[in-house]
Write a protein that binds this ligand. Structure first.
Ligand SMILES: Cc1cc2nc3c(=O)[nH]c(=O)nc-3n(C[C@H](O)[C@H](O)[C@H](O)COP(=O)(O)OP(=O)(O)OC[C@H]3O[C@@H](n4cnc5c(N)ncnc54)[C@H](O)[C@@H]3O)c2cc1C
Length: 423
């Protein structure tokens, strides 16, 4: 039976980052197991790769994303191409949203994390974008209200997730992490911390630990097990009677080729260095991302009640036409009658309490999951939290030097304010 100091299960952003930080900190022999053929092929590879810096209202979100984005930006500056494009985040706001978020917006602008654009500013920069829906019954039915202003965050944008995965992959190979792809973990077998030789150990009164990792190929032992299986987390936790409070939900992305009139999205002056429209968000509505290299527009929408929990990777063409197209084509009339050319779906792993990620330790098991729709932009901070949990530290030191109490990410003593800037 193979034996390691640490086994990380799941080679997505959280698992790769955890292996990286554990190796960097000298955690001993490490193996990384994933059922798929290579790294980042789960939901990490299905991500849009968007990152936002400083435009969160929750302190925890701010710390996790700001430090991760700073790390990635410095890496990119040092010559490692992560395909980062600071195209900006443009958050459209109607009158109600302006009022609700007034304080948060003022604070973001004061700190220099975002610029405030009036509807006149926006109208003169993107004259083909519709901001006024008065008298439009269809728009009213869709719940679209006049765009009164927008918030522009220059330090936000998107990266090429595959490049980030390749970087982490190379780093952990160099650090001596053993990669075991194409191996599916079937069960985490419990054992007693102190054995009395009873045939049905561990008994209810015995202190327990993960004794054996059973996969479809072998059995492995480890002093420490990091479970980073994202949306699949419950498959291995439920049989143990442990709860991560995370459930999977399908999310879909539709890609539209930017040809003909749609080139407009790539000919916008004054909003970013790429002359594109920034990633544009309708709060609680769809988003649209002009992709510079792909010359495509990516769009999606996070639906809530009515979308069942569960693992499902099948994109639904009708979802675009029924749910995204109506409001998207109102705001961008140039998209009228335009069809997506491709689509894909992945699963968010959603913490159903406050939608922030989760990391906790039980015995020799560390659980890290709940990346939801922002796991990539938070992966480095979360991976540092995992390393701190492994070393029994109360605080993780983030890339920015900020100290984050690891209990804030746990189940007990959790401190995760609900985020009010959700799109
Ligand atoms: C459509 C979509 C768009 C997104 N857009 C963004 C975005 O713009 N910005 C952002 O920051 N985030 C985004 N996200 C979220 C982000 O992708 C996730 O939060 C992040 O990738 C989660 O990483 P993870 O390591 O937890 O999970 P995953 O990447 O899913 O990794 C889990 C791994 O565990 C493996 N695994 C599972 N079970 C087993 C088992 N039994 N044995 C062995 N291996 C197993 C899987 O094969 C998988 O590789 C998006 C997600 C989706 C689906």
């Amino acid at each position: 039976m193979d034996r390691y100091d640490v086994v990380v299960i799941g080679a997505g952003a959280f698992g790769l980052g955890s292996a990286y930080h554990l190796a960097r900190r000298g955690a001993g022999s490490i193996a990384l197991i994933d059922s798929l053929a290579g790294p980042g092929q789960g939901n990490t590879g299905r991500s849009v790769g968007g990152y936002r810096k400083g435009i969160f209202t929750s302190e925890l979100n701010r710390m996790l994303s700001e430090s991760t984005v700073s790390f990635m930006s410095d890496l990119q500056r040092s010559g490692v191409d992560l395909g980062m494009h600071n195209v900006g985040y443009l958050v459209l706001l109607n009158g109600d949203q302006l009022e609700t978020h007034e304080r948060a917006i003022r604070e973001m602008v004061r700190k220099g994390n975002a610029r405030f654009l009036s509807s006149d500013d926006l109208g003169s920069l993107v004259p083909w974008m519709r901001l006024d829906f008065r008298g439009d019954e269809e728009a009213e039915m869709l719940g679209l209200k006049n765009v009164e202003a927008a918030l522009l965050s220059d330090q936000s944008g998107y990266l090429d997730v595959e490049k980030l995965v390749n970087y982490l992959h190379e780093e952990i190979v160099d650090a001596g992490v053993e990669l075991r792809f194409g191996e599916r973990v079937k069960r985490l077998r419990l054992g007693p911390v102190v054995s009395i030789g009873h045939p049905r150990e561990p008994l209810a009164w015995q202190e327990k630990r993960i004794d054996v990792i059973e996969s479809d190929k072998s059995e492995v032992r480890a002093d420490l097990v990091v479970l980073a299986t994202g949306a699949w987390i419950n498959e291995l936790l439920d049989p143990l009677g442990l709860d991560s409070h995370v459930k999977p939900k399908k999310r879909q992305v539709f890609s539209i080729e930017a040809k003909g009139e749609l080139r407009k999205f790539f000919e916008v002056d004054g909003l970013n260095e790429y002359s594109t429209l920034p990633m544009t968000f309708f709060p609680r509505g769809p988003y649209l991302t002009p992709r510079v290299r792909e010359r495509a527009l990516w769009t999606g929408l996070s639906d809530d009640v009515g979308r069942s929990w569960g693992i499902d990777f099948a994109p639904e063409e009708t979802f675009y036409y029924d749910n995204i197209y109506p409001s998207l084509s109102k705001v961008f009339p140039v998209l009228k009658d335009v069809r997506p050319t491709s689509s894909w779906a992945g699963c968010y792993s959603i913490n159903t309490i406050d939608e922030n990620p989760i990391a906790f330790r039980w015995s020799n098991l560390i659980v890290v999951t709940g990346g939801s729709g922002s796991g990539v932009m938070k992966y480095d901070a979360m991976s540092r939290v995992v390393a701190s949990l492994a070393f029994g530290e109360e605080e993780a030191v983030l890339y920015t030097g900020e100290r984050l109490p690891v209990s804030w990410l746990g189940i007990r003593n959790r401190r995760a304010e609900p985020e009010s800037f959700v799109f």
